[in-house]
Every structure is written in C-alpha cells, then in structure tokens.
Design a protein around this ligand. Structure first.
Ligand SMILES: C[S@@+](CC[C@H](N)C(=O)[O-])C[C@H]1O[C@@H](n2cnc3c(N)ncnc32)[C@H](O)[C@@H]1O
Length: 232
C-alpha cells in the first residue's frame, strides 16, 4: 500500500468565504464551542451527546449541512458527528437549528479526528461530494486515500454503512479502487441503478444541483463494513 496521506489540513480549498451575518457569528462564538469535540482521544462516542442516542452517524465535509439536517429530522434517535472546516458551512449548519442535544462537531480536517475515535463506534459514515481535485497533480489532496479508508474501516462497526457520492467519474473509480483494496468493505451494488440513482433519503444539495446544471452525472456508492469473519 502506498502512502497517499498529504500534510494534515491540506485537503480543503478554503476555510472562509463571505462575511458571516450577525446571527451566524453569534452561533459560531456561542454554540460551536459547546458542541466542538475536544482535542483528546474520544473514549466513548455516546458521551459526546447531551442525551442518549441509539446510533452514531458521521458526516465528513457536510458543506452547508443540508444532508446532515435532513438526516437529523428523519432519524430522531441518532447522534451525529459532523466535520466541516469551512467556516461559512459550519455557520450555515448552526443557523439551520440542528438538535444540539445529539450533535457533536469538528470544525477542522476530518482525517485528524478519525484516529481519535474509538474502534467500531460508528454506525454510518457519509462522504458526499468531497472536493474533487480533478487534476492529476492535485489528486493526492483527495480526502479518500488508502489511509482514510483504513481509518474509516477501523471506526465503523461491523455491518455499518459507508455512503460516498461524487460527480467526478474518475473519483468514483478512485474510491471504489481504494475501498475494495482495503478488503474491509463490500460494495452493496447489485445493478447499475444502485449507483446511478440517489438514495431514497438523500435530500439533494446545492452542490449537487450545480453538478446537474453543468451536465455531470453523479455516482452514489454504498459500502458495508465487513464482519470480522469475512475480512479478506
Ligand atoms: C464540494 S463540498 C460538498 C459539500 C456537501 N457534502 C454537499 O454535498 O453539498 C466538499 C466539502 O468538504 C469539506 N472538506 C474538504 N476537506 C475536508 C476535510 N479534510 N475534512 C472535512 N471536510 C472537508 C469542504 O470544506 C467542503 O465543504
């Protein structure tokens, strides 16, 4: 396995966009510090939440939080760990009035958080439309690398689902290659529609709308973390 992990923090293009509105600034100053995951190893993910949760789901690069907020509404017993270094995205999520009692946030590089999460602690993970880094020389910046896949496999419970979406053909193939090479996941697709059509609980995002407008065709990949006895 070659090492693909670039310097921590080098994945995302930018951390800050336009100026935050007053309410967003207040949420960043008052709410984010309460929900932010501390710098140490997390020994128990359920302790991240202010109330008991039945499962813990992890979304990496949630953008403006459209998908995270939607899943929160659909799944009222699930606790969510959201990772997003882009300040305006984080502010948008907070302005969307998430259920703070079952939300924990990491406002930096997700690859820095993954090693601090306990093994087999996450029930579902999402990487949805990660930054594409389409040029060959930029690809090492992609969030999906052999190392990220291996870290995801470690934190996901056996049988847990990992969902990935992209509008870049090459990134779908790139991710499939790395996930299958890990020997830790099965690809759940049985027919082409399983990766051509979005999940029924996928709300769509502004980013995806832009991809459609610009004529790109998304792929939706669903992987299942193997049980220990089925590991390759
Ligand atoms: C193209 S946007 C897609 C956002 C959202 N998932 C959607 O579908 O609309 C990719 C997001 O991933 C975030 N991101 C990039 N590198 C990251 C990293 N290392 N850890 C966590 N998030 C990251 C970016 O800040 C950006 O908001």
């Amino acid at each position: 396995m070659t090492t693909e992990q670039p310097r921590a923090g080098s994945f995302y293009g930018r951390r800050k966009g336009h100026r935050l509105r007053e309410q967003q600034s207040r949420l960043m100053e008052e709410t984010l510090p309460r929900l932010r995951i501390g710098p140490d190893a997390v020994s128990d993910v359920s302790a991240l939440f202010a109330r008991p949760v039945s499962q813990t789901w992890l979304e990496i690069g949630f953008g403006g939080g459209e998908h995270l907020l939607h899943q929160m509404q659909l799944n009222p017993d699930v606790g969510f760990i959201g990772c997003e270094p882009f300040i305006n995205g984080m502010a948008k999520l907070l302005a969307g009035e998430p259920d703070e009692q079952r939300l924990a946030l990491h406002d930096a590089d997700a690859t820095e958080l993954l090693p601090r999460l306990p093994a087999a602690s996450i029930d579902r993970a999402f990487v949805l439309y990660p930054d594409p880094w389409p040029k060959r020389r930029q690809r090492k910046r992609r969030i999906i690398s052999h190392e990220t896949v291996s870290n995801l496999a470690r934190v996901l419970k056996p049988g847990a689902i990992f969902r990935f979406a992209t509008d870049i053909d090459d990134y779908a193939a790139w991710t499939l290659a790395r996930v299958m090479a890990s020997g830790q996941f099965d690809w759940a697709a049985e027919r082409a529609d399983d990766w051509r059509l979005a999940w029924t609980d996928w709300p769509g995002t502004r980013y995806e709308q832009k991809a459609f407008r610009e004529g790109r065709t998304p792929a939706y990949l669903t992987f299942v973390r193997r049980e220990a006895r089925n590991l390759a």
